[in-house]
Write a protein that binds this ligand. Sequence first.
Ligand SMILES: Nc1ncnc2c1ncn2[C@@H]1O[C@H](COP(=O)(O)OP(=O)(O)OP(=O)(O)O)[C@@H](O)[C@H]1O
Length: 804
Amino acid sequence: MAKKTKKPRSSGIKKDFTIQLSKQNKIITGSLLMLFSIALFFSFVSYYFTWQEDQSLLTEFANRNELAKNLLNKFGASVSHFFIYKGFGPASIIFTYLLFISGYHMFLSKPANGLLRKWIWGLVLIIWFSIAFGCFAPNQPLLGGLIGYELNDFMQDYTGKLGVILLLLFGLTIILVRLFKLSPDVVAVFLKAKIAAIRAELKSKASPTNTVPKDDSNSEEDPELEHADTEESTNIIDTYTHKQDIPPIQPKKAEDQFEVAIAPEEDLAEEENIAMEVAKLAEEKEEKDNISEKLVEDFGEFDPTLELGNYKFPSLDLLDNHGTTGGITINQEELEENKNKIVETLKNYKIGIAQIKATIGPTVTLYEIVPDAGVRISKIKNLEDDIALSLAALGIRIIAPIPGKGTIGIEVPNKNATMVSMRSVIASSKFQKAEMQLPIAFGKTISNETFVVDLAKMPHMLMAGATGQGKSVGLNAVLTSLLYKKHPAEVKFVLIDPKKVELTLFNKIERHFLAKLPDSEEAIITDNAKVINTLNSLCIEMDNRYELLKLAMVRNIKEYNAKFKARKLNPNDGHVFLPYIVLVIDEFADLIMTAGKEVETPIARLAQLARAVGIHLIIATQRPSVNVITGIIKANFPARIAFRVTSKIDSRTILDTQGADQLIGRGDMLFTQGNDVTRIQCAFVDTPEVDRITDFIGSQRAYPDAHLLPEYVGNDDSGTSIDYNISDRDSMFREAAEVIVIAQQGSASLIQRKLKLGYNRAGRIVDQLEAAGIVGPFEGSKARQVLIPDMIALEQFFTNESNK
Ligand SMILES: Nc1ncnc2c1ncn2[C@@H]1O[C@H](COP(=O)(O)OP(=O)(O)OP(=O)(O)O)[C@@H](O)[C@H]1O
């Protein structure tokens, strides 16, 4: 099960596994490689001295009585025979170098940049040398090795010896130019400098001063050399005078002259323009990247789900089939009957049909007709009521023309609608494979395809429908979809339920999936006064998130989280992994009636701005009248869902077109995200199913608390009533006060960052600071005013307090 739950991320884990080695394993592998390369090196070298004696032993590897002369005995003899004799000759020694540096890199966990290049060039050199030896010394198998010999032989068959030599020269040129960075001008400058140096030496040799030993330091550094240099001049003296003290006196005098004589030599060298070596500086890497790369290398990418690492996603058996295992049952008679009625009705109005086709969906069947040439579409559209009458059916919808098809669609409800179970849509491969941020499986379209959309792309959704038409079931379908696809670390719900009964089941997953205000007991908000605080708190959360995005220099939550996972954002700077927040409001009309502007303003703000920071709104209402769904709200909710509504006007308010009034209810709905309107049968998820799912999730290990939203204190009770006892103060109170006074900025997030505290605790400390009179009252999304100007005043404050 545990494995099953990790399924969506399994590819990522695999990728990490192939790239990452733990630090300990790196040290072990690195030292193994280095020691092995040293063993190879000694084997190879000693092979050249012992190969003749050891050759007969190669077949006697298992015989313990026979010993080889190679420094590494039979292992050394065999390996060297393999590499040198059968392989590449002395060039094989390059292998030992390559193995050694690879091991060295691993041992020190150094980034492997440039290692691949070394290996490529190493192999090129090995091949080049073995071919060269094979070409010039074909009878010496210990030079070219078998491979060098064979390669040379092969090439000579095609190009002859001269061709091979020319190819070798070409290879050499590539090696010199690319590997050693040699070019004709560099060589010319080098030669010039050499010639100049030789010339200067010759010149100075011609002058008498040069016969004198070079200089003081030289003689000090190397006494033997001094002895050798002076030998020539002192020898004669020695033999004739037998005095050893005398000769050093003469050269000492000459040394002074030598220093003068050497000056022009230097001048000459300058004039001749000595080759200058240009030091190549390695490209500087961004320090931050390096650290993050190293962190990722050492610990892997940050995994937000780790805290609840054993979390199990709900399984499919928690959902019911609702007797829909057989799929849609087609009633052939009904189909035929409906077709005939449509054809007849149209005939009565003198509209001929060239072609008719039926697509059977779960609740409605779509009859696509191609009228005879010359028939005006509007004529058919106007016959909607007549066709409905003749078919004696509710909920007929005419789509004229069907966008992108060039046909006219008549949707006729099936006599026996098939229920679409939540289980069938969740199990569909379309949903299971959906690579979306917030995938929602709504139900099935008219052509019986599972309809999956990404809430993050919508980015907010408005849902309307008369009472009893399936709104609550729709909301449950949305929440269930997310529960089946998302880990508690990735998404949080803020649930507002003025009806108090619709969403109560989700209380069980409070500590997994719900977000709430710090001081509230219940996570699901049923009280309208609290709704205002929650919405304002979400606005603060939105502002905080924007601040974090700005600091991280990214544009949206997806990029931010990706950067955070790659460990490019430091949690000490206040960065955290940001879960998506889905705000669900059932009965929005009720809320507007009681709270009016106070809710409308924050909702409009969130709807306008929150999409980039991962806060998404789903608002459901029974009454889609214009005073509930105001222009500003409508403009920011491009995704709209209409269940059956009672009037054409309501349909227009919600969808900007009619049609929702002709739906048949029980989850029959229209979805629009701009222009197209899609008819969908909403998936049915019953209360016992939601109960089972929330039970299943709720029984697992959870976070200590629900996700806490930023604190919001309304204007009325702006904190003056907060009264804290000095003894009740937080143990970090003093440190927090210092942080605030030094920064002259009264924000909880600053305390959070600097003192590494949770938001909740930081919020409480700010309250205590306010009660103590160190910071001013809450000022919305702005930081609080700091009432103490500097550290001296703060010190004074604490002394006064303790004297009281
Ligand atoms: N997708 C569906 N498939 C089948 N039946 C459904 C579907 N959705 C709703 N129904 C039926 O309609 C009934 C009412 O649905 P629901 O409670 O969702 O309505 P509602 O719009 O939320 O009503 P209210 O606004 O009064 O709460 C359900 O009990 C169920 O029998």
